[in-house]
Structures are given as structure tokens and as C-alpha cells.
Design a protein around this ligand. Structure first.
Ligand code: NCD
Length: 326
């Protein structure tokens, strides 16, 4: 198995690494269920959660994962506002300081978990960091740990991580999750992908050509109802209004938003296939891409999915910390 130091992109997560992480996550899940003693896998490690952009699940589940493993966390409420970035400091300088570039025994943290609004920020940080950097979302770039917990969820739901159909629905252009999920899944045999998006929100050219190169079966369309009966997983994302400048496209999306939502009709249509619905969350309360009338039905799995964030991130941190110590 390749050694993993920084985690920047989903393509670093090869099947052997994923297999190791999933097995470990299963073990951690059992320990958490049994409330069995305290774990010490991260004893002596300090993890810095450096979030320049809002987060609920990613940040809290990473922090909880560190505590569950006996490590400690240093953090800031909102790095964009409360770190020296507000005084004009570059990301590189901040990362150099935290990772102890000047004085190794003056290192503030042993692992950095970074979320940043700029695509490519995690890579930029990794280039100057003396400690592992985990990309917890960089602009509309990547979100590899989300892809890991999503794949873990699919495996739990379907009993396998191969030979299934998945439809990705919503803003596929600005979502950093979709690209990471599709790249991770493209390594497994027999996965067919449907991409369902409003006009102007289709998948990035880069992802399209990468899937074509790997001969992955995929189709692009504009209405969830056209593909839901053929899908084992429906993966819904919100429209990333924070990243969209074109108001006309947003307006057009709003007029057709039933085509990109899990409505009662869509839920009913997928009954026979038994489709499970996932969503990285947050669901946009204004657009309701998962309708409130279906969100508590048995095949809507987003709350369970978010719960897997803890054991999966525990396993990821354990792996990165073990590699770091070698
Ligand atoms: C996602 C993100 O931040 O990219 N959320 C998450 O990490 N669970 C999805 C989103 O913001 O829509």
C-alpha cells in the first residue's frame, strides 16, 4: 500500500488505501458502539483545524475523531476572520508557522486540516507544510475525505462498492464533492454514473475527460426522473450559491428545481429499485433539494451518512499519523 502523507485529491485514495481505511473504520465503529475504553492512536498528536470557510459536519467530525483517538485539537472559529489572514498574511506563511518550518520543536501542530474558499489552496499549503495537510474542501476543487465517507456509506447500504448505478444530481459544476466522489468510484468495476444538472451546472470538462479516458460508463441529463428508476444511489447536492455569479442561471434553476430534487414523486418512482438517497449536507432550506416531506423516510440516508464521518475520519487520521511517525 502506498504511503499517504498529505491528502489533497481523491485520486490519491487507491483501492488498497480505501480498503485499509474501511476496515479500520469498521473496527472504530464497533469500539464506539461498545463505548469500549479510550483509544490512544493519536496520543501525543495535536491537530490544527484551520477552516477559512464555514463548516458544520466536516470540522466537528474531524475534531471529534481526534478526541476519540486521544489527540488534541487547536482551532479557530473562522480562520478567515480570526487568523492573521485578516491582516493580510499569506496562506503559506500561516502554514509554515503552524507546521514549524522555522523551528521544528516550535511546531504548533502535527497534522493540519484545511478548508479554504480557493481551489488549489490545499496543494499550495502542502508545498510549504512540514506536517501532513488534509484537504477538507478547497473552493470548487476537491473534498477527498467526504468522498471516503460517501463510499463507505454506499458500501454499507449496498453491501458492495462495485457494480451499481449512481446518479449525481444538482450543481455538479461548483460542488467539490461530486468530482472527488466520481474519481474515487471510477476505480471500481461496473459503476455506471448519471449526471443530472440544471443548465450551466454540468460536470467540469476535466472530470468528463478523466472518466472518458478510463472508459467509465456515464450519461448526462437534465431531470432526475429520467434516471432514478435505474439508480441504486441518488446523490443530491445543493446549488453552491456562494460560488455562482450568474443570476440568470440561478433563476433558471429555480424555475425547474423539481427536476433536481427528491420529491414525493421521485421517492415513489424509486420504490421498486429501492434507491437510497444521500446528500453531503447542508440541504439548502430555501431550495429544499430533499423535500421535508420525504427527509425522514427510510431510504433517505443523509443523517446516517454524516454519522459515518466520525469513524471514517478516525481511520484516515490514524493512517496519516502512523505514516507520519515512520
Ligand atoms: C459540502 C462541502 O462543504 O463541500 N459539505 C460537507 O462538507 N459536508 C457540501 C456543500 O457545501 O454543499
Amino acid at each position: 500500500m502506498e504511503k499517504i502523507h498529505h491528502l489533497i485529491k481523491a485520486e490519491q485514495l487507491t483501492p488498497p488505501i480505501i480498503g485499509w481505511i474501511f476496515q479500520k473504520a469498521e473496527e472504530f465503529e464497533k469500539k464506539l458502539q461498545q463505548k469500549a475504553g479510550s483509544l490512544e492512536n493519536l496520543k501525543g498528536a495535536t491537530v490544527c483545524s484551520l477552516f477559512y470557510e464555514e463548516s458544520t459536519r466536516t470540522r466537528f467530525s474531524f475534531e471529534r475523531a481526534v478526541y476519540n483517538l486521544g489527540g488534541t485539537v487547536i482551532s479557530t472559529e473562522n480562520a478567515a476572520q480570526f487568523s492573521a489572514a485578516n491582516k493580510g498574511e499569506s496562506l503559506e506563511h500561516t502554514i509554515k508557522i503552524i507546521s514549524g518550518a522555522g523551528l521544528p520543536h516550535g511546531r504548533y501542530a502535527d497534522i493540519i486540516i484545511l478548508r479554504h474558499p480557493e481551489t488549489g489552496a490545499a496543494q499550495k499549503a502542502a508545498l510549504v507544510s512540514k506536517v501532513p495537510v488534509i484537504n477538507a474542501g478547497d473552493g470548487s476543487g476537491e473534498h477527498p475525505s467526504q468522498a471516503l465517507l460517501d463510499a463507505y456509506t454506499f458500501k454499507k447500504l449496498l453491501g458492495r462498492l462495485e457494480k451499481f448505478n449512481i446518479c449525481f444530481v444538482g450543481d455538479l459544476k461548483f460542488s467539490r464533492v461530486i468530482g472527488s466522489d466520481a474519481i474515487l468510484l471510477s476505480q471500481y468495476p461496473g459503476i455506471k454514473m448519471f449526471f443530472v444538472s440544471p443548465k450551466g451546472f454540468g460536470i467540469k470538462d476535466e472530470l468528463r475527460s478523466s472518466l472518458q479516458k478510463k472508459n467509465i460508463a456515464f450519461e448526462e441529463t437534465d431531470d432526475i426522473k429520467k434516471v432514478i428508476e435505474k439508480s441504486d444511489i441518488g446523490y443530491i447536492v445543493r446549488v453552491q450559491k456562494n460560488r455562482v455569479a450568474d443570476q440568470a442561471l440561478l433563476e433558471e434553476y429555480r424555475q425547474n428545481k423539481d427536476n433536481f430534487a427528491v420529491t414525493e414523486e421521485v421517492y415513489r418512482m424509486s420504490e421498486k429499485r429501492g434507491t437510497f438517497f444521500c446528500h453531503p449536507m447542508p440541504v439548502d432550506e430555501r431550495e429544499k433539494e430533499i423535500r421535508p416531506e420525504v427527509e425522514n423516510l427510510p431510504r433517505i440516508k443523509m443523517f446516517e451518512q454524516a454519522g459515518y464521518g466520525i469513524p471514517v475520519r478516525m481511520a484516515l487520521l490514524d493512517l496519516i499519523w502512523q505514516n507520519q511517525k515512520i
